[in-house]
Design a protein around this ligand. Structure first.
Ligand code: SD4
Length: 375
């Protein structure tokens, strides 16, 4: 961001301080907190401009302050926030970690990161984070992304090695660089540069799982392309996808996974691809995907879901139509989509997973729900 950009944002902030003073006390306090944070970030800016985190904060404050005079009071009705949604059976626990962030007026992106970190660090969760499904040569590698509605900014990592909190590395890509996706050992080097600890992602369970598979002399199923319509049941599932609307009506989304059993080294799935693993638009809502990423990423199903919602579909209708787009081409994959509209409405659809109870968890001011997705 150039000096010109700095000037625009900072003068915007000063102008909005006047407007903020005319808002209700509670709303103004929230506005000032964001403005203070933005100003602090701007003060630390070097003469060459500001980084993406600083820009995001400034943009958030400006967007908040740019609301109509009665805007903050009105937004409670206009958007359904605060609300947080997370996929699968770790969903309720993840939402319990993210919800207090939203409840205390925090940003959706912070709630999403906290919820996903919780799952990434669970020692028994096999399909997210460390100690999970290894690739063909016995190494666990991670894919993750984050997207922030107010700036439409994305950060992602693919095939990240030896770093536990992949979604936080994705956030650093989003906030500290101009890039959107870093991969492999270079993503690891970036994470270390950002202060993350380098450590093995293998534990006893994942080691034994891999050794048992090697003992059977099996070759990775990834070497055996599946004809359309003959997708084998997905070995392994449970990608964490979390989305939230905060008290200001801003939307954040993220996801994290270790992919699929015995994938080929270097494989990157759908999760770190914007519009495939997750997507959001601040005016519409957010969507997350889980399932056979090698098939689903060909269709950008979360982008498709959001575009259908923009055109008026409910989250349930949109997820169903996005899955139908894939099955209409003949694919018989295992997978699911969950969507959250800006007004708090949510819905999901799944394909395949006949014996699998695909659920997602919702937490809002009315309490918690854990919803079974029916075929
Ligand atoms: C992948 N989509 O890497 C992920 C795996 C997954 O539920 O979501 N499983 O293909």
């Amino acid at each position: 961001m150039s000096i010109a950009g700095f000037g625009t944002c900072s003068s915007g902030i000063y102008r909005k301080v006047d407007e903020a003073s005319r808002l209700t006390r509670e709303s103004a306090a929230r506005c000032h907190r964001l403005i203070d944070e933005s100003m602090k970030a701007l003060k630390q800016t070097s003469s060459t401009g500001m980084n993406r985190r600083e820009f995001a904060l400034a943009a958030t404050a400006t967007a908040l302050a740019a609301l109509p005079l009665n805007g903050l009071a009105a937004t409670k009705d206009e958007h359904g926030g605060p609300v947080i949604i997370t996929t699968w059976d770790f969903g309720p626990g993840a939402n319990d970690v993210g919800w207090p962030v939203l409840q205390s007026g925090g940003l959706a992106i912070d709630a999403v990161e906290a919820a996903i970190n919780h799952v990434e660090l669970l020692p028994d969760e096999f399909y997210v984070g460390f100690g999970g499904v290894p690739n063909e040569i016995g190494e666990t590698t991670l894919d993750a992304m984050m997207m922030w509605g107010p700036t439409h900014d994305v950060g992602a990592v693919g095939c990240l090695k030896r770093i536990k909190r992949a979604v936080s590395v994705a956030r650093k890509v989003m906030e500290e660089t101009q890039h959107s996706l870093l991969v492999g050992d270079d993503a690891t080097r970036f994470a270390v540069r950002m202060g993350f600890e380098e450590t093995s992602l293998t534990n006893l369970r994942s080691q034994k799982f891999w050794e048992a598979w090697v003992a059977k002399n099996k070759e990775s199923s990834a070497w055996d392309p599946e004809p359309i319509g003959e997708q084998r049941p997905l070995e392994g599932h449970d990608t964490v996808g979390t989305m939230a609307v905060d008290a200001q009506g801003n939307i954040g989304v993220g996801c994290s996974t270790n992919g699929r059993n015995f994938k080929l080294p270097g494989r990157v799935g759908d999760s770190p691809i914007a519009g495939a693993g997750a997507y959001c638009d601040n005016e519409v809502g957010a969507a997350v995907a889980t399932g056979n990423g090698d098939v689903m990423m060909r269709f950008l199903p979360t982008y498709h879901t959001i575009e259908l919602m923009r055109a008026g579909a409910t989250p349930a209708e949109a997820t169903q139509a996005a899955i139908k787009r894939i099955t209409d081409k003949g694919y018989s994959f295992d997978g699911g989509l969950v969507a959250l509209a800006r007004n708090g409405e949510h819905g999901a659809s799944k394909q395949g997973w006949e014996n699998n109870k695909f659920r997602y968890a919702v937490r809002n001011a009315s309490g918690s729900q854990h919803i079974l997705v029916k075929p």
